[in-house]
Ligand binder design. Structure first.
Ligand code: ITT
Length: 193
């Protein structure tokens, strides 16, 4: 069984909706997040630590919101900024600039202790540590005044195609979101194993 390791119920709901209960089981574990300017090394280190904790195949999901006018802030610090400032304050910050374009990014990292059959498959990071595979999804949008009751985190202030992510069901969000795109490329690879 594949363990989806997260402390965030919103991420888990979307992963379950996409992959199905027969593919993943949740594992609530708060792995150490290393400090880095990009999500990939954070996810890779997290997957290795999660695998050592769980002892079975794991996937972790490191994601963030990147505002163009602020050179990608909060980016890898999105969870810290949500906890300390809050989503409303990020909307207030965005109102101080004209360019409110932004992107969500999701990096999923898979680790099964190295027993991956296909050494040349997608996203493989083999840098002398436990091999991991990375599956990435991005979506562009605009920061807007909060709307909608669904989703989680920054969803109410992220608009794409006329609606915020908080105005979509998990299924409708997965059809075009950063996480949905990362899940699609992960599932495409995983189904071939
Ligand atoms: P885990 O590390 O335990 O998985 P986390 O919530 O701490 O959970 P991250 O470190 O990846 O996750 O931080 C991501 C931040 O971005 C966090 O504040 C989330 O609420 C937010 N976020 C991630 N994906 C999102 C999405 O699809 N919609 C809205 N906000 C999102």
């Amino acid at each position: 069984m594949l363990h989806y390791v997260t402390t965030n119920p919103g991420k888990l709901r979307e992963a379950r909706q996409y992959l199905g209960d027969e593919t993943i089981t949740d594992y609530d574990y708060d792995y150490t997040e290393i400090q880095h300017a990009s999500l990939e090394p954070i996810a890779a280190a997290g997957a290795r630590e999660a695998y050592r904790e769980v002892g079975e195949p794991v996937v972790v999901d490191d994601s963030g919101l990147f505002l163009d006018a602020f050179d990608g802030f909060p980016g890898p610090y999105s969870a810290y900024v949500e906890d300390t400032l809050g989503v409303e304050t990020v909307w207030e910050l965005a109102q101080t600039v004209e360019d409110r374009s932004a992107a969500f990014r999701c990096v999923m990292a898979y680790c099964d202790g190295g027993a991956v059959d296909d050494p040349t498959g997608p996203g493989r990071v083999d840098d002398g540590e436990l091999p991991v595979r990375l599956f990435v999804g991005d979506v562009a949008g605009t920061i807007v005044a909060p709307r909608g009751d669904g989703g989680f985190g920054y969803d109410p202030i992220f608009e794409h195609d006329g609606s915020t992510f908080a105005e979509r069901s998990s299924e409708a969000k997965n059809e075009l979101s950063h996480r949905g795109r990362a899940l699609a490329s992960f599932a495409e690879w995983h189904d071939r194993q």
